[in-house]
Design a protein around this ligand. Sequence first.
Ligand code: AKB
Length: 326
Amino acid sequence: MAKEMKNILVTGSVGQIGSELAMELRRRYGAENVVATGRKTEPSEELRSSGPFYFIDVTNIDTIEEVVKKHNIDTIYHMAAVLSATGEKNPQLCWNVNMNGTINVLELGLKYEMARVIIPSSIAVWGPGVPLENTPQETVLKPASMYGVTKVCGELLCDYYVLKFGLDIRGLRYPGIISHETLPGGGTTDYAVEIYYEAVDKGRYTCFLKEDTKLPMMYMPDCIEGTIQLAEADFSKLKHHSDFNHAATSFTPAEVAVEIKKHIPEFEISYEIDERQKIADSWPNSIDDSAAREEWGWKPKWDLASMTEDMLKHLRARKEAGALYK
Ligand code: AKB
């Protein structure tokens, strides 16, 4: 029987996904029971005032343990990570944060006999030579980026802790995540967020990936729903643990531009390709998430058209309020 999740810690909660995840967990589990943490960046007023918040450094286990003890933590959502583009600029930092952060969280999971540890992975686990369309759950993992290397090692490490110590760990391979609350930073899929902000702000966007670069993508509400759904799934039904392919939709920059033009006809896109193209070229176009669908009932709700409408609605309202870039 899986243990109950009562006191939750979220690392990386000032980041793009962590900030929305922490707020949703507070809504579902009670604000006082969800401890948000970040490293340096100030949290939003909403995150800071709605429940406990601490600054920690995931590479320093003592700083995490202090919060774990103080709040009797039994569940960790480990969202803190250095993403692909930053990882290529600073591979040692990427290894240090992603690998030491992960093992520190796993060790605390063991030491405090936690109910659950949730550690996301990414489409970055794949590299050149992988089947590009509908990439299967089980296929060769030979990433070409340091971020991808840490994600493959992280998945293996998590599965080892499940098998060796019986720790209840769950993880999914996130595609690019699109959202309007907190801007992403240091990723290759970041263009798919920036394009909406710039469309609303200036009516044009210069994209750093080629127009026909197709990547797996997902709208934030699906990402949050899927992550919590996996955390709450019946452990006995899970054949996989730390590496579920997690898909919603796939598109190219040119396809997003066409969709945006339906709402902002004067929108213009141009292209200035940079080093992130190489990373994107090593990732799949689309992925097969049938294991997630079968083992824990995953089903996305949003596609490119509905996401675009919703993104633009939110960002336009923010622009009118004078707070597009909060
Ligand atoms: C990145 O682009 O690095 C991330 C990811 C796909 O994991 N968004």
